[in-house]
Design a protein around this ligand. Structure first.
Ligand code: ADP
Length: 489
């Protein structure tokens, strides 16, 4: 059985201590992964530090660094089918989603390749003509990156590409559920010619490797994506060293369906918004707020749409949704569906595992609608992280916006309406990092992604994402050739 290893200073290592990796669609063991501890994390951070301080990487001409990043994109594309197969078996991605995500990963490396020369500063107005004042942006040093299991390969790109474009080095800790493509990335980086030590990858659990990375004093910035609970722990560890953090955390995003919305578009926005990757998506639209005037007919159409979604073997291109990542997560989803019904919500469709012998061994869950819900219920306040949509009726638009904002999270929100004034009004008032109008889950590399409230800190993607990996420096220049007047004669 194959053992997936750490990648430190351009070489694979480890494997004496391992953990098991299972395919969530079949329950079969697909390999072992090296189980890193503080020892390997400290080694990887030391290598990343040395590489940052003592090699030409940080000061490399932006054009050359851009060319290296572009090569990573090319190498990813040349191995795309292999990476997709690994991602399907490891993360339970449908083959269709895996192919799209690997292409997005390649595009991310390309996008940041183009930005290697975009870290501009400013020249600042000062009162005296004898003074010159400006800002520059410089790499920070070692970026520690901790990612979850829901979008494993695409997240490696979204975190590493801007970190490297800015001239940093990095230590990456993938989720213990999905270490395979992160480990494989080492080989791809070597093939692309990324110098050894620039990217170091340590596999392992959150408690052992993750916590060690968050606490390491040699890390200059921590980038974390995952649950709000663990994000808070990472921030606490970072606080001890006063390390900068960017956190992309949980969400309970509301999608408001107005009576005047284009019906087909709104149904798709609600269904795709919630069900992408079986709802295992931090920005998923998992609270549906529906105008009471159309509630019944909209729910009928949505139920019909949910029931047409094909859950099945993720290697089959006809499957829309694959499995849930593991049994623990599956149980959590089931628990919330039960809690919802006990709180008074109505199970409209789904609610359990799909029938069929072929799906018995995997962790599959039916697309599920819980109707007649209220915003106070736990199913409307807590992140379920599964294909479960909580549906709530509203009476007027301001009440819907207030309900959407009545959440500890603020990652995303949506509105479906044909009324432009209403759409802009809502876009301004919704407390979320992203607002989707008549759509959901659409992201672009050059648009920022960020969470408000307990959904995060810092900005990813776009030029803001590049700057988030850089120190800002202020330089004041005295051109007068005179001593400072305070000590002058
Ligand atoms: P999810 O809810 O998506 O499983 P988690 O927040 O549990 O996300 O985990 C996201 C990442 O954080 C994973 O790589 C995991 O190993 C890591 N992690 C878990 N616990 C800790 C911790 N105490 N310190 C640092 N990282 C952790």
């Amino acid at each position: 059985m194959r053992t997936h290893k750490h990648f430190i200073h351009g070489q694979y290592q480890g494997g004496d201590h391992t953990f098991e990796i299972d395919n969530p669609a079949t329950g079969e063991r697909i390999g072992l992964a090296a189980r890193g501890t503080k020892l390997e994390i400290d080694q990887a951070v030391d290598v990343a530090r040395e590489t940052f301080l003592k090699t030409a990487w940080a000061d490399m001409d932006g054009r050359l660094r851009g060319e290296l990043l572009r090569r990573v994109a090319r190498v990813i594309r040349s191995h795309s089918e292999e990476i997709a197969a690994l991602e399907v078996a490891d993360a339970g991605k449908t083959i269709g989603d895996a192919r799209v995500e690997i292409e997005i990963a390649a595009q991310t490396w390309d996008y940041y390749a183009d930005l290697t020369q975009s870290a501009v500063g400013t020249v600042n107005a000062v009162p005296s003509p004898d003074q010159f004042d400006y800002t520059i942006r410089q790499p920070m040093g070692v970026i520690g990156i901790i990612i979850p299991w829901n979008f494993p390969f695409v997240l490696t790109a979204l975190k590493l590409a801007p970190a490297l474009a800015a001239g940093n080095t990095a230590v990456l800790k993938p989720a213990e559920e999905t270490p395979v493509t992160a480990s494989f990335l080492g080989q791809l980086l070597n093939e692309a010619g990324i110098p050894p030590g620039v990217v170091n990858i340590v596999l392992g659990t959150g408690l052992e490797a993750g916590a060690a990375l968050a606490a390491n004093e040699g890390v200059d910035k921590l980038i974390f994506t995952g649950s709000t609970e663990i994000g808070s722990l990472v921030m606490q560890a970072a606080a001890k060293n006063v390390t900068d953090v960017t956190l992309e955390l949980g969400g309970k995003s509301a999608n408001i369906i107005c009576a005047d919305a284009d019906r087909e578009q709104a149904v798709m926005s609600a269904a795709f918004g919630c069900l992408l990757h079986s709802g295992q998506c931090c920005c998923a639209g998992t609270r549906l707020l529906i105008d009471g005037k159309i509630y019944d007919s909209f729910m009928d159409q949505l139920r019909e749409r949910f029931e047409r979604v094909r859950v099945g073997d993720p290697t089959d291109p006809k499957s829309h949704l694959g499995p849930i990542i593991n049994d623990k997560q599956l149980q959590q989803i089931q628990r919330y569906v039960d809690i919802g019904q006990r709180e008074g919500a109505t199970l409209v469709t789904g609610g359990g595992r799909p029938a069929g012998a072929a799906l018995e061994k995997g962790f599959f869950f039916q697309p599920t609608l819980l109707g007649d819900a209220r915003n106070e219920m736990r199913i409307a306040r807590e992140e379920i992280f599964g294909p479960v949509l909580t549906c709530i009726s509203f009476e007027d638009f301001d009440q819907a916006i207030a309900m959407a904002n009545d959440s500890s999270y603020g990652l995303a929100a949506g509105v479906c309406t044909r009324d432009l004034v209403k759409a802009h009004y809502a876009a301004k008032r919704l407390q979320a990092g992203t607002v989707w109008i008549n759509t959901f889950n659409g992201l672009a590399l050059n648009s920022p992604f960020l969470g408000w409230k307990r959904s995060g800190i810092g900005v990813e993607r776009g030029v803001e994402g590049l700057h988030d990996h850089m120190h800002l420096k202020h330089v004041r220049f005295d051109l007068s050739r005179k001593p400072l007047p305070v000590f002058g004669d």
